[in-house]
Design a protein around this ligand. Sequence first.
Ligand SMILES: [Zn+2]
Length: 249
Amino acid sequence: MNATIQTTNFAASATRVRPCPLCGGLDREVQARRDGWEIVRCARCEMVFLGSELAYDEQAKNHDWVEEHTKELEQRRAKQPVMLFLSRCTRWLRPEPTERLVAQTLRWARSGKLVDFGCGDGQRTSREKIFEGPVTEVAERDLPEGAFDVVTQFGYIEHEWHPLAGLRAAHRVLKPGGLTIVKTPNYASWNRHIRGMNWCGYHVPAHCNYFTPRTLDKILRATGFEPLPRPLADRLPTSDSLWMAARKS
Ligand SMILES: [Zn+2]
């Protein structure tokens, strides 16, 4: 009698369909493909995002973010999304290489208590405290409500699988009238059209959200912010970075 043993090789399919992170919609059009991932555009709200997602523990298990990140860093000086740090405004950043971040922050806020979501390499000076972990969890657990004048988010929101939750967390910790200042790759940039998949804003799957000025405006409004008028220099489609400041309304 022959016994049969079946073995099955299966690629642990740890991904699942990801609803639109802005409106929750499921209708989408594929914009691009890379490494088995699809970058899709929501048919309802125009949000561009990775159309499937990993559970957070799967991310930690199967994707060595630090290693992956180090590779990206070498190429593009990308930043890790899983850190928060607090500081008093104006003294916390080195003049280089972050002078643009300082200038953008000072344009909108010159003093007060600041928290930076994500992006930290932990090397900035004059910080008071650093928290590590998923931003949304850390903010909920460790940051008091209504305590901050400014939340900076430089290179965070494009990494956040739940950007609504990330922005709600920013909203919660801000004082009434407080500001958030966001920097993220500009999916509407001319360069993205010209360079296709070689565009510097594509980091798959590290960047799971790809904002245009319109969709960033929408998601800020959806989370209780009033976007502020953008200076001309920030509105040029030649810029690969999308900057937006918004007030807690
Ligand atoms: Zn949508």
